[in-house]
Design a protein around this ligand. Sequence first.
Ligand code: SF4
Length: 276
Amino acid sequence: MEDPLDEELLSPVPGLIHRYPDRVVWLVSSVCAVYCRFCMRKRRVGCTEATGTGTRQAALAYIANHPEIRDVILSGGDPLLLEDDALEEILSGLRRIPHVEIIRIGTRTTVTLPERITTGLCRMLKKFHPIYVNTHFNHPKEITAASARACARLADAGIPLGNQTVLLKGINDDPQVMKRLMQLLLKIRVKPYYLHQMDLVRGTAHFRTSIDRGLQIMEGLRGHTSGLASPYYAIDLEGGKGKVPLLPEYVRRDDDSLLIRSYRGEVVRYRDVEKS
Ligand code: SF4
């Protein structure tokens, strides 16, 4: 599909996606440092999309008029492909809205253009805390000295870093590769956040893995390495229905007990409290 998550239908003003009650995604840029073959937003990314002043004002006005929005995620394209001044203007606009509690920035530049994370950029971002950055590493080989330095600069600016990984057949659909990626992310102060099942985007079928494979990878993480290294494995439901976490089956009910499987495969009976 062109737009498997129905983002266009959930867009009240150009560039804004309002899918969940208390947060919005704001597409502030339509360019990236590289164009990923698997991108779920490829219908827009790289196109000359109106991200001009008028569009930005309309997005800010929408956020200001919706007091339930407490979390704004800047995305794109890649927001860090904007000049510092343009980004600062957007952040200042958001900080003038009292109900916006947190601002998140989704960027792959930590991987694809680590030189973009300059001390000047970090100094500017620090003025708008609480700011969170979500990076996008898919393979341990993407963690280089340069990307580690970029993440260190952001972390030193007091910015919590999370990571989203896309599960890609033939690239990272292997429990050992995934475990190493998650461990190396923690070493560079990035907390694994999501492992995404591929969205059903046109031209990406060759990257799709089965859900069983994803669950097997999650089983290979939980218990076998620190809990900090386990992201949520999530599927984004078609039609804009939202993300749902997928979990290996650890728990089975047996009358008033639960049969719970450990990461080593032992089944332990756990007596639950009586239902009131
Ligand atoms: S950097 Fe992100 S938005 Fe840009 S092409 Fe890659 S996945 Fe898509």
